[in-house]
Ligand binder design. Structure first.
Ligand SMILES: O=P(O)(O)OC[C@H]1O[C@H](OP(=O)(O)OP(=O)(O)O)[C@H](O)[C@@H]1O
Ligand SMILES: Nc1ncnc2[nH]cnc12
Length: 191
């Protein structure tokens, strides 16, 4: 067995052997999607590559390993993919922050503006207990409206926001300014 043997192969399959360049190169720029003037960062090719996806999730999760998290909350839809994978990686539960009409029972709700449109977010009442330390996860920080809205939603639930984690920050759009929490907002990749 060459270079690292079975353990090395397992680690590479889980993405540990990949550098940031090893997964960021699989994120595709799509011009004028979903509207003219938007340069869309398409993470689907990266998700389709097992080691790259694993490496991206490991890189996102690494700073939070000692954060004493009680839960990860992820924003629909792409935030579910990274949020749920991070929750597994960090050994805590996952709570979905969803667009309207998808969650049964009573919900908390907030309205927000997007880079291309507007929407509302909901979380189920009772999904998080007051005082839980929650990490909020999404794939992309663009104008910051979505993550800021999700953070406000969680603030209304009296949970403790441990921080925010995104795979990609589109720095030119200045979304970080809308993160008003004192907790850290960490981006794995910045463009
Ligand atoms: O920082 P902002 O300007 O708010 O933009 C970022 C948000 O936009 C995208 O979600 P989108 O609503 O397009 O949908 P999807 O995740 O369902 O694909 C992305 O996944 C973030 O949630
Ligand atoms: N430019 C962009 N690329 C991918 N996802 C986004 N969400 C908001 N803006 C985006």
């Amino acid at each position: 067995m060459g270079r690292g043997g079975a353990r090395g192969n397992r680690a590479r399959r889980r993405g540990r052997g990949l550098s940031v360049d090893g997964f960021s190169g699989l994120i595709r720029d799509v011009a004028d999607f979903p509207k003219p003037g938007i340069l869309f960062k398409d993470v689907m090719p990266m998700l389709a590559d097992g080691p790259a996806f694993a490496a991206a999730v490991a890189a996102m999760a690494a700073p939070w390993r000692d954060a004493r998290l009680g839960a990860v909350a992820g924003v629909e839809a792409r935030g579910f993919i990274f949020g749920a994978a991070m929750a597994r990686e960090l050994g805590v539960g996952f709570v979905p922050v969803r667009k309207p009409g998808k969650l049964p029972g009573e919900v908390h709700e907030i309205a927000y503006a997007l880079e291309y449109g507007s929407d509302r977010l909901q979380v189920q009442r009772g999904a998080l207990a007051p005082g839980d330390r929650v990490l909020l996860v999404d794939d992309v920080l663009a104008t910051g409206g979505t993550l800021a809205a999700a953070a406000s939603l969680l603030a209304g639930l009296e949970v403790e926001l441990a921080g925010g984690a995104v795979l990609i920050e589109l720095a030119a759009l200045g979304g970080r300014a809308r993160w008003t929490s004192a907790s850290p907002l960490l981006a794995t990749l910045r463009y």
